[in-house]
Structures are given as structure tokens and as C-alpha cells.
Design a protein around this ligand. Sequence first.
Ligand code: MD3
Ligand code: FE
Length: 221
Amino acid sequence: MHPTTFDLFADTEAGQQPRADQIGEQSWVLRGFALPCVDQILTALEAILLAAPLRHMVTPGGFSMSVGTSSCGALGWITDRSGYRYSTVDPLSGFLWPEMPEVFSELARNAASKAGFADFNADSCLINCYVPGAKMSLHQDKDEKAYAAPIVSLSLGLPAMFLFGGFARGDKPQRIPLLHGDMVVWGGVDRLRYHGVLPIKQGHHPRLGEQRINLTFRIAG
Ligand code: MD3
Ligand code: FE
């Protein structure tokens, strides 16, 4: 499938080319959508990671994830030997996850709205940190209570090659490059598609150094 592309904004700022690429029936890449507020996002993110540091969680099968993770919001996604689930408490600290900053929830709501999903109120933000070589294998997101709401993501730092598959693990995925400031909204019929991230390539990002951070906003509860 070839993505269709069109201008998102009437008032395109000089030097930027905000646009939307349709990658599925109800899935959109909003190129550079977060760039205007990326400094505020990173400031808020630093505070969250002081309270709830990145850690390498263990899958039910006993493998340590290559991606470092944390969360903010009412619910955080966790995994350990007993399974994948959402928890109100950070298992590392025993305290509630840090609150979701308004700049996070507003950005996610605006992105969802641009893609046609009104009133998106995320109760969970998963923070995934990739260093070169880290990856995420093809999987479906099935730990949320309802699949009606979309999922919204923000890519920061090093580029990634996102894999957007079909409804069976064996379906050949599309490869979608994601850059610093890009947002993706997946919903409706595309919500249960297989997806993953190829190993991140070596590189240096002027703002984030040798890492990619992905924020995934969901209605989990
Ligand atoms: C596509 N994270 O945490 S963005 C995940 O870049 C995850 O860290 C990736 O997959 C990352 O589960 C991809 C999030 C994402 C989430 C759900 C999806 C992409 C999706 C559901 C359907 C299709
Ligand atoms: Fe996922």
C-alpha cells in the first residue's frame, strides 16, 4: 500500500512541512507534529524519569527487554514473570506512577483529533527508551480494557524503522521511518495490527544523544 499524503495545516510555518501520511485505513503519521512543544515535553519527561526511572522489565518467558521502560498517568504497563498488565503502582518504588503532565495529555489529544478521533483522554503513557541495537519484536497490543480508543505515539531522538503489519503475525509489514517529533495515531480497524520496531541504528541526536524515546498514550483502564 502506498501512503497518501496531504497538508495538515492551513498555516504551515516557514521551514517546516507538517503533513499527514495515511498508513492504514484509520492510522496516520503526523510528521513533526510535536516539534513546537518538544522542549516542554522533554522537561516534563526528565522530572518523570527522576521519580520513576527507566528499567529493563522481564517478560513472562524470563527475558529482559532490550527497551528500558517507565510510565506516567493513572495506569502504567508492566511485565514480569507473572505476565503483561497495567498497574496503578510502579513496582520499583511501590508508589503510584507520576501524574501525566498536561503538556503530554494535550499533545496526545490534539494528535488524536487531527486523525479524526475526538476527546482522547489518555490514562496511560508508556515511556520506551531504545539505545542502538534495541528493538521491539512484532506483537499486538491486547492488554487494554477496550479497543475502541486509538493509540497515540510520539517519537523522540534517534530515527526508528517502525514495522506496521497485518492481523496475522506472518503478514508482511510496511516499513515506516519515524523521526524526532513525529506522531502516529492508530485506531479503529487498525488497532489490533501487529507492529514492532527494527533494531535502532547507531547515531547521535543533537537533543537526545544516543537514544530513541517513544511515548505511547493509551486509554488502558
Ligand atoms: C500500532 N511501542 O509499546 S509505538 C508498545 O515505538 C509499542 O516504542 C512501539 O509497540 C515503540 O507496545 C511502537 C506504539 C504502538 C502501539 C500500539 C499499536 C503502535 C501500534 C497498535 C496497533 C498498531
Ligand atoms: Fe505495541
